[in-house]
Design a protein around this ligand. Structure first.
Ligand code: ATP
Length: 236
């Protein structure tokens, strides 16, 4: 469904991504693991058309080329991004944030159905629909951010470090909810530093080191790979 081929990004003279190629299928969770500065956020921004650098190569979703399209057209094509730091509107309520996610044309006809789907995935958002988002916990705010992205009726959900700043328990809940999103048939591309929790729910993964994808495998094989364990799983 998503096919990234030979994607490169440079900020001025500084390369941030070199020839990345990867795929995400429908109903699949794919994780990109990599250290700080490896180029993970750059990859997601380039897919969503919001990268400030010079982008070359190809990104297609269901065969449609996305490189060069403005960000709103990429949302219309079916890509939703949950950015690092969530990007929710703290002064607005849960419901207002969710409805802001439904501005895309592809989302409007399906608004009621999408809202039902989001509220069944995250029942807490329904219970708290009138609450101002800035008064919510970090984990709840992350659910609002994911719910808002889901309101655009995406085929592919991309998330930049969603577990950042969450307690281990909340991270676990968050990752479980991503499994539920996947089971609705959406493809998920997840960038994470929390290798253990993300590999536990992922189907496949890629290792991004120093601007390059150096390895790809099933999540199960990555978990048992001694080199991955040493570099990303704290030796265990
Ligand atoms: P982190 O986990 O720390 O966010 P990352 O793997 O997501 O790391 P990126 O944010 O993609 O890394 O950054 C990759 C490289 O590109 C870094 O060296 C960063 O300093 C540089 N970079 C990112 N955005 C810009 C920008 N707008 N202008 C110039 N350089 C940038």
């Amino acid at each position: 469904m998503l096919e990234v081929s030979d994607l490169s990004v440079a900020y001025g003279q500084h390369p941030a991504l070199n020839g990345a190629s990867l795929r995400v299928k429908r109903g699949e969770i794919v994780v990109i693991l990599g250290a700080n500065g490896a180029g993970k956020s750059t990859l997601l921004k380039a897919i969503s058309g919001i990268c400030e650098g010079r982008v070359s190569g190809s990104v297609t979703l269901e065969g449609e080329e996305l490189v060069g399209l403005p960000p709103h057209r990429i949302v219309e094509a079916g890509v939703a991004l949950v950015p690092e730091g969530r990007g929710v509107f703290g002064d607005l309520t849960v419901m207002e944030n969710l409805l802001l996610g439904a501005y895309a044309e592809r989302a409007r006809e399906e608004e009621a159905g999408n809202l039902d789907r989001v509220l069944s995935l995250f029942p807490k958002l329904g219970e708290r629909r009138g609450q101002q988002v800035r008064t919510m916990s970090g984990g709840e705010q992350q659910m609002v951010a994911i719910g808002r992205a889901m309101m655009s009726n995406p085929a592919l959900l991309t998330l930049d470090e969603p577990s950042l700043g969450l307690s281990p328990l909340l991270s676990k809940e968050l990752f479980q909810s991503l499994k539920a999103v996947r089971d609705t048939g959406i493809g998920i591309l997840l960038v994470e530093q929390n290798a253990r929790a993300s590999l536990a729910i992922a189907d496949r993964g890629y290792l991004l080191e120093n601007t390059r994808i150096i390895h790809e495998d099933s999540a199960a094989k990555l978990r048992s790979d001694p080199a991955v364990q040493a570099a990303y799983l704290g030796g265990g």
